[in-house]
Design a protein around this ligand. Structure first.
Ligand SMILES: NC(=[NH2+])NCCC[C@H](N)C(=O)O
Length: 242
């Protein structure tokens, strides 16, 4: 899913399936819905076969498409959301207008007419989402999370007891990783865990045996040197090897 919304992003993986939807035109929400619908269509058959698809994309908004795909295959997952950001804005609270900053909130039911309803996502209750290592919250996000049922934990507290029961979708925005370990991110936030710490925590989520799909969102700029490409290739391979 080599897209940051409708903009192409290079992700150095050899994919079994590359989702290349025809973008319908219209506003950004319509492009996102087309991308999510195509994602769900690619994910559902794999989940139905009992596989655990690993989806790479350029944007967190694809997360809802991955969840919808597992639902189309009969799963009823909760979501574990690794991200340096909260992604819990609404259209009303976003100060940037960046739709990706609303991704998790959309998965838990915000603006269904713009997002979930358009590709058949059944939104999750906010208590079915856990946010891991979100450390750059805008004021409205902090306010929402203070009273929301969505949980928040640091990477080192990702243990089976901290996770929701039942099936899980594992969502990782790679910007949860400290930018020193992953240069070239669109929204870098210092003070994060190392790539190894994030991979280890993801390993613990997968070790529950309850993960039905994995989404790795890669909102990064075009690599500016060979070293960045190598770092990205290695990270993608490490996710594939989990
Ligand atoms: N998943 C991300 N990269 N999110 C970045 C969000 C940045 C900021 N909170 C915003 O809404 O504009």
């Amino acid at each position: 899913m080599p897209y940051h919304q409708d903009e192409r992003v290079e992700i150095p993986v050899r994919a079994d399936i590359t989702v290349e939807p025809d973008f319908p035109g219209g506003d950004a929400w319509q492009q996102v819905a087309a991308l999510c619908d195509a994602t769900a269509a690619a994910v559902a058959p794999a989940v139905a076969r009992g596989e655990v698809p690993l989806v790479f994309s350029g944007d967190c908004l694809v997360g809802g498409g991955v969840v919808a795909g597992t639902q189309r295959a009969g799963a009823d997952p909760a979501i574990v959301w690794f991200d340096a950001h909260g992604d819990v804005h609404t259209v009303e609270t976003s100060t940037s207008g960046y739709l990706g900053g609303m991704s998790l909130r959309l998965v838990t039911g915000a603006h269904p007419e713009r997002y979930a309803d358009r590709f058949g996502l059944r939104p999750l209750g906010p208590e079915r989402a856990v946010l891991v290592n979100a450390r750059d919250l805008d004021p409205a996000e902090a306010e929402y999370l203070a009273t929301s049922a969505t949980g928040r934990i640091p990477v080192d507290q990702v243990t089976v007891d901290a996770l929701p029961p039942g099936a899980l979708v594992l969502h990782v925005d790679v910007d949860v990783i400290d930018p020193a370990d992953l240069p070239g991110l669109k929204f870098p936030v210092p003070g994060g865990p190392s790539a190894d710490e994030v991979l280890a925590a993801c390993g613990r989520v997968l070790a529950t045996g309850r993960v039905v799909a994995v989404h790795v969102s890669c909102p990064w700029w075009v690599a500016t040197d060979r070293e960045q490409d190598v770092t990205r290739e290695r990270l993608a391979a490490q996710f594939a090897a989990l």
